[in-house]
Design a protein around this ligand. Structure first.
Ligand code: KG4
Ligand code: ZN
Length: 335
């Protein structure tokens, strides 16, 4: 069964083709650079770019694996959460193609995609496991009983962790996208010159996250100290990164202990952070926790994870459910 995945929830136009028996055949991503000069994503520009890039990317993907549209058995697309203007482009292209080809269409939740991107690699976890999802829009700790059976144990009550990285990097005068750039600068920082608060760690049984206060703390810190030299900026970046990493570590550890689980799957754009990976490997090893990180191209936004979840959702028995004539088109999309 050949499934095309379409992902347009934010600023990446992504197309992947997944074969249920073989695995990923292609995983193409176009990252929109246009937003850098505005310091953040401009929704209308993002949607226009998706529209410009999506068809050429579909053509390129099919060409690469020497298939054509008629070879596709179904289409999976990201229905949400994400930027509505961007989502609509992917949803419309997916619906139009499915209608023209008369094949099933499967709406996929973006976070479910992140949670299961690990399944596209060799080393996979057994159920149940805990998922730590750390992206631009979400921070979640998810008890994963099995496919489609989850309990969200903790979530961001304000800024998501990626959002906090992006906003803090802006405060430091770095270019968007901020997470990666802040991390690069932090490498030159003096460890522990500054120590920033670890938000919401005093309540042991509260697994929610709040990074907005940390971002404001950095903002006030910069104003108060009137610090402008590059070394100080690097030291601030380092202190911010350490505070975030340790908070994520502590919360995850508490959840793993409480639910007596020994496997942690970490996904979403922030999980590509090298310092976080090193810290987690070093500290969770001591606690006998097995970690599962996807490679960068699979833990940041991509369409392979969407195609994969689509492939799991559709079984031959369920095929009818996803026929265009059967599904209720959700004009609101689930955000
Ligand atoms: O999962 P993702 O690709 O898209 C969303 O679903 O949001 O995550 C994007 C987020 C952005 O906030 C970006 O700054 C952050 O992931 N990010 C990083 C790194 N690479 C991407 N944050 C920290 N360190 C990185 N190396
Ligand atoms: Zn994402």
């Amino acid at each position: 069964m050949l499934i095309m995945g379409i992902e347009t929830s934010c600023d990446d136009t992504a197309i992947a083709i997944y074969d249920k028996n073989i695995g990923i055949l292609c995983n193409n991503i176009y990252t929109q650079k246009i937003h850098a000069k505005y310091g953040g994503i401009v929704p209308e520009l993002a949607a226009r770019k998706h529209l410009e890039k999506i068809i050429p990317l579909i053509k390129k993907s099919l060409l690469k694996i020497k298939k054509n549209l008629n070879d596709l058995d179904c289409i999976a697309y990201t229905e949400g959460p994400g930027q509505i203007n961007s989502l609509i482009i992917g949803a419309t292209v997916a619906h139009s193609l499915a209608f023209a080809l008369n094949i099933p269409i499967i709406p996929v939740n973006h976070m479910e995609g992140h949670l299961f991107s690990i399944m596209l690699q060799k080393n996979i976890p057994n159920f149940p496991f805990i998922g730590l999802l750390i992206s631009g829009g979400h921070t979640q700790l998810v008890y994963t009983y099995k496919f489609r059976k989850y309990k969200i144990l903790g979530y961001n009550i304000d800024d998501a962790v990626g959002e906090a990285f992006d906003k803090t990097s802006k405060l430091l005068g770095l270019e968007y996208p901020g997470g990666k750039n802040l991390s690069k600068l932090a490498k030159y920082g003096t460890p522990k010159r500054f120590v920033f608060p670890r938000p919401m760690i005093s309540k042991k049984n509260n697994f929610n996250f709040s990074f907005s206060g940390l971002k404001t703390f950095v903002k006030n810190f910069i104003i108060k100290k009137n610090l402008t030299d590059l070394q100080t900026k690097a030291d601030i970046a380092c202190a911010f990164e350490d505070a975030v990493i340790e908070t994520l570590y502590l919360k995850s550890l508490r959840v793993l202990k409480k639910y007596n689980i020994q496997q942690l799957v970490i996904s979403g754009g922030v999980s590509s952070n090298k310092k976080l990976r090193i810290f987690f490997y070093k500290n969770f090893k001591k606690k006998n926790i097995k970690l599962f990180f996807s490679k960068t191209k699979l833990c940041t936004d991509n369409a392979a994870m969407i195609a994969y979840v689509g492939s799991k959702k559709i079984s031959y028995k369920e095929k009818k459910k996803y026929r265009l004539s059967q599904i209720k088109i959700n004009s609101k999309l689930s955000l």
